[in-house]
Design a binder for this molecule. Structure first.
Ligand code: SAM
Length: 281
């Protein structure tokens, strides 16, 4: 089942939080003079046009990235995220918004490697064309869950694995935690970043409880809510980061009040910054 198309949602509030967190992790990992590996199990199309009819069907970007770029005084820690978008627009046109692989390719260095998986018959060729000519990148038209098992651990022994499924199947909520546990057994020093939508809070609390019991170290949760759950739909979204860099909670946490006020759609807007497990889990 591949009915989800990210082009409908590109640049929404969920993308803002997700890509900001990815940018912070990669900027941290690339401070060290050692190669690093990046894997995106569900990579998407790479770049999205916000002028496209699909993007304007729901126009989610208008209450996402458009608000961020128009808002006053972004936190210093968001500067590189915003500059990545500007670099992408310089190269690809003023109407585009980059996907997670584009942010990663922009931040990573010539010594680093990227592995990107995308199954959709239209999004895969788009991703392959966006990444064409970049010798650091391998794009796979394969199942990201299976491929991540095959590719880990990477020879670099350090890096980030982004898991960003579309949750079309309800079993995905439990499945992703089990999957991360399998990856962690293969590559215990890797950083893992899982995106999740909040439509049903109970489902997410179950997922968080599963993480608490999983025995993975240093697991952080970042969640942003833009409107009241009473209105239905995806009213919040978040990232769970395993083996989070020590500075991540401070950097993302400090930006959260600004993100909340910039992205709020009603007075119930809020955020969660939580340590799920510490260093000694
Ligand atoms: N990570 C992207 C970003 O932030 O720009 C967005 C990815 S989107 C939420 C999820 C993508 O996963 C969709 O493009 C979908 O076609 C793809 N997909 C779904 N199941 C997959 C699987 N098993 N393996 C690889 N890709 C998959």
């Amino acid at each position: 089942m591949l009915s989800y198309r990210h082009a409908f949602h590109a640049g929404n509030s969920a993308d803002v939080l997700k890509h900001f967190v990815i940018e912070r992790i990669l900027s941290y990992l690339t401070q060290k003079d050692k190669p690093c590996f990046y894997m995106d199990t569900h990579a998407g199309a790479g770049i999205y046009s916000l002028n496209a009819a699909v993007a304007n069907k729901t126009a989610e970007y208008k209450v996402g990235i458009e608000r961020i770029l128009a808002a006053w005084n972004p936190p210093e820690t968001m500067r590189n995220y915003i500059q990545c978008i500007a670099r992408c627009r310089d190269k690809n046109g003023s109407d585009v918004y980059p996907g997670s692989p584009w942010f990663a390719a922009d931040i990573l260095r010539s010594i680093d490697r990227l592995a990107l998986c995308e199954l959709h018959p239209q999004d895969y060729p788009s991703l392959a064309s966006v990444m064409a000519g970049d010798s650091r990148v391998k794009v796979y038209n394969e199942d990201g869950f299976k491929k991540s098992i095959a590719l880990l651990p990477p020879k670099e022994r350090r890096g980030l694995v982004v898991i960003d499924p579309s949750y079309e199947i309800k079993a995905d909520y439990v499945g992703v935690v089990n999957h991360i546990c399998s990856l962690y057994k293969r590559f215990a020093t890797g950083v893992y970043a899982l995106w999740y939508p909040v439509v049903d809070a109970a489902r997410i609390e179950k997922m968080v409880a599963q993480f608490k019991k999983a025995g993975l170290k240093n697991t952080q949760r970042f969640q942003i809510q833009t409107y009241s759950p009473d209105k239905g739909g995806m009213y919040a979204s978040g990232m769970i980061v395993i083996n989070a860099p020590w500075i991540l909670q401070t950097e993302v946490g400090d930006a959260m009040p600004w993100l909340r006020s910039s992205l709020a759609l009603d007075e119930s807007a809020g955020f969660i910054v939580e340590t799920i497990t510490g260093e000694n889990a």
